[in-house]
Design a protein around this ligand. Structure first.
Ligand SMILES: [Zn+2]
Length: 434
């Protein structure tokens, strides 16, 4: 009896602490695998003749929004300072049937969600979406919308949250990892009333434009990127890429509330095939001058080694034309990325480690070179390239072993060359032998 009594006391003591937790309401947009979920075609998952929509593994905004939210939510919970409510944690039901009694089970009405935000008493509200314009358009940038006008947020601190989280969300774009066609040196944070030139008042007397923002919690709706930008849509087929966006919201929310975040860091990379254009691909209209102009490398094994020469993780890029690889929860330090795939020269080397820092993601864009794949060399890790340096076109500068630059980066496709003597050089961070 005594033990039980102590346990009960412990529970009572725990209650005030949990009551002080920051209450975050998370809303992953859409949710039924129906026509409202913005299904769009991709190379591996085109529209099916039977439904006019792709297979549920294909692009549905509802899938990608959910992955982002779940990752953000998992990390907020692990952080310990937050308590959460989700508008949904699933998608479906499958198959979608218009008019079915369960059609809106995970695609709830926006007025129901916004009322729930207030009933629950959220300290913050975040709705996660992606943006769309005409299919195949070459625009890609984020947009944050809060309830109010551009001049005034109708719920105090909404704008401040946007401003604090914007730098985190745009990190991957500012790193050049994703195309950012606008707002490179500004923000795109807007009041929904001015953005849509319209407003209405709900039955609780709350005025705004977006139904999901008709509540009294500070926060915003994020359109993280444009899924009508086709290469980005192929990236979104990769759940880990979506989850990285969730991690960026998590870090931004932690920044805003001033709480400690993760002691670990991440690497997110993407692989493209050197010299092979992506312009023959269907659904792959790419921004000129961007990495998306090059074929993403499917099915490449990515190995991560630490400075003790231990393989700490392995990833295989998917078959969905994004070349994305992700390593999460890494102890800060230096790591080596090693690459091997059918039809590509194996790449490994120790000249240019990837530096992982706590609370951040290191973004790496790497080329695969067509050629014969060889097994990983666990002894030397020096990469051999055939021919002279002048024949190996590279958008990466070439250095000698003392670190002196011996040739500048050449634009891809350039016919320029500069003859170099045979020897060992550093290129793109790897030791290469010409
Ligand atoms: Zn949406």
């Amino acid at each position: 009896m005594k033990a039980k009594y102590i346990l009960l006391l412990a529970l009572l003591v725990a209650i005030p602490a949990s009551a002080q937790k920051i209450r975050v309401y998370l809303n992953p947009g859409h949710g039924s695998w129906g026509p409202d979920d913005r299904p769009m075609p991709t190379i591996p998952y085109p529209m099916l003749a039977s439904t006019g929509r792709p297979d549920t593994c294909g692009f549905y905004e509802s899938n990608t929004n959910l992955w982002k939210v779940l990752e953000c939510g998992d990390r907020l919970m692990k952080n310990g300072n937050f308590t959460l409510k989700y508008s949904r944690r699933k998608n479906g039901p499958y198959p979608y049937r218009k008019g079915a009694s369960n059609e809106a089970r995970y695609n709830r009405s926006l007025s129901e969600i916004s009322a729930e935000v207030d009933t629950w008493g959220a300290d913050m509200f975040l709705s996660i979406h992606s943006n769309a314009t005409s299919e195949g358009a070459l625009v890609n940038y984020p947009l944050f919308l809060y309830r109010g006008t551009d001049a005034e947020d109708y719920v105090e601190n909404s704008k401040a949250m946007c401003q604090k989280i914007w730098p985190r969300l745009t990190e991957a774009m500012h790193a050049g990892f994703e195309v950012m066609t606008h707002y490179n040196s500004s923000t795109n944070i807007r009041g929904d009333i001015d953005f849509y030139h319209s407003s209405w008042t709900n039955d609780r007397g709350i005025t705004g434009y977006l139904g999901v923002l008709h509540h009294m919690a500070p926060g915003f709706l994020s359109e993280g990127y444009f899924h009508t930008y086709q290469p980005a849509r192929h990236r979104a087929l990769n759940e880990d890429w979506c989850r990285q966006e969730g991690i960026r919201y998590y870090r931004g929310i932690a920044d805003y509330f001033g709480v400690h975040t993760d002691d670990t860091g991440c690497i997110m990379g993407q692989l493209h095939v050197y010299g092979q254009k992506s312009d023959n691909l269907e659904y792959f209209n790419a921004v000129s001058g961007s990495l998306d102009e090059y074929l993403p490398a499917n099915g490449v094994t990515v190995r991560l080694r630490n400075t003790n020469d231990e393989v700490v993780a392995t990833y295989e890029t998917d078959q969905n034309y994004n070349g994305i690889f992700v390593f999460n929860d890494l102890t800060p330090g230096r790591y080596y990325i090693e690459l091997k795939g059918e039809g590509y020269k194996t790449r490994q080397g120790k000249a240019n480690p990837t530096v992982v820092k706590a609370k951040t993601t290191a973004y790496k864009s790497i080329y695969m070179y067509s050629g014969t794949s060889t097994p990983f060399d666990d002894e030397t890790g020096v990469e051999e390239l055939q021919g002279s340096a002048s024949e190996v076109q590279s958008d990466e500068a070439i250095y000698d072993l003392s670190g002196r630059k011996v040739r500048s980066a050449l634009p891809l496709g350039s016919s320029k060359n500069g003859r170099l003597p045979k020897g060992i050089y550093i290129m793109g961070g790897r030791k290469v032998v010409f």
